[in-house]
Design a protein around this ligand. Structure first.
Ligand code: ASP
Length: 337
């Protein structure tokens, strides 16, 4: 009897290059089986792919709530730092796609981490049960360390003051969705630009677009020099100021951030700058009619609650977009085109 060569049942790379059942080629998104560690992995083609999938996910959720494309897949959510939105949106994303979650999000303290287990050992354990690991960790570079040890994809959900790539994807998606464009916009980032990983990732991602950047921060919280040099080398139009009043009238996007108390070695420095900015209805009265206010949240006083009813306050719509972006990303990484 002639022996047949057996094909692997699930070859993710092949699936991304496969046909869609109608004989049409499914274009590889280049994300299948990949770690998502930094926004520098995303070029305009990949961004367009993720954004169009996120729109499809939104439509699908609005019409039927969920689907089963990730049936049989498991994601481990391993969070060494607090999280509300990132952890719950990854969980909701996985569940709406029919997959399951190992949620170590409420307290790594109740896992063996509290017994002194190292990150590599925890990762090498979780990969035995899961197909992808979403990691948040207080140390810069920790996602890369995890990726070096893991044989399943690692998604960086924030590595200390480093990056938060999935947040930047949802931020950019929200800007495009709300304002209909990215090119040509004036984008002001306000607050803790030194420690804020969301503004680090968003700034890097915006290098693909023709935007003007305005950085507003107290002196000690300015954007790190490495990122400043990177965007200046890329020829971006960027200016820094300490005062929101300098940017409010012209901004199309006001991206507000909290001062990151947990990153200060000297808490008296935090006390000096913690209440530096507050976006109020009076300030909003000076802003354009067509502009948006974004915030990665949580807010701790930077945006007055009275601003919430302003239609330009887009931060809760931004939260919802996080789920669609993470659905698109999980499906892409797991090869479900
Ligand atoms: N939630 C965002 C983050 O994890 C922003 C923040 O914490 O200020 O980076």
């Amino acid at each position: 009897m002639e022996l047949k060569t057996l094909q692997p049942l699930f070859d993710l790379e092949a699936m991304s290059k496969a046909t869609n059942g109608n004989g049409q080629a499914v274009v590889s998104n280049g994300l299948v089986g990949q770690d998502i560690l930094s926004v520098s992995q995303f070029d305009p083609g990949k961004l367009a792919y993720i954004f169009s999938r996120a729109r499809e996910m939104r439509e699908m959720v609005r019409q039927v709530g969920g689907t089963h494309i990730l049936n049989g897949h498991v994601v481990a959510c391993l969070f060494y730092e607090p999280s509300t939105r990132t952890s719950s949106s990854f969980i909701a994303a996985m569940e709406r796609l029919g997959g399951s979650v190992i949620p170590i999000t409420q307290g790594v303290n109740f896992s063996s981490v509290s017994k002194g287990e190292t990150l590599p050992d925890t990762i090498r354990t979780l990969e035995q049960y899961s197909d992808v690991i979403v990691l948040r960790h207080p140390e810069l570079g920790s996602a890369q360390v995890a990726a070096d040890y893991a044989s399943v994809p690692i998604i960086n959900a924030g590595d200390g003051p480093g990056e938060h790539p999935t947040q930047a994807l949802l931020d950019l998606f929200t800007i495009q969705d709300e304002l209909g464009q990215i090119d040509g916009l004036k984008i002001a980032m306000v607050g803790d630009l030194r420690h804020g990983r969301t503004v680090h990732s968003l700034t890097k991602l915006l290098q693909h677009y023709d935007v003007s950047l305005r950085f507003v921060s107290p002196e000690i919280l300015r954007m790190p020099l490495t990122i400043m040099n990177e965007i200046l080398d890329a020829g971006m139009n960027v200016r820094e100021t300490h005062d929101v009043a300098d940017v409010i009238e012209n901004a199309d996007v006001l991206y507000v951030t909290r001062v990151q108390k947990e990153r200060f070695a000297d808490l008296s420095q935090y006390e000096d700058v913690k209440n530096h900015y507050e976006i109020t209805p009076e300030l909003m009265a000076k802003a354009k009619e067509k502009m948006i206010v974004l915030h990665p949240l949580p807010r701790v006083g930077e945006i007055h609650y009275a601003v919430d009813s302003d239609p330009r306050a887009a931060y809760f719509r931004q939260v919802q977009n996080g789920m669609y972006i993470r659905m698109a990303l999980l499906a892409a990484v797991l090869g479900k085109a």
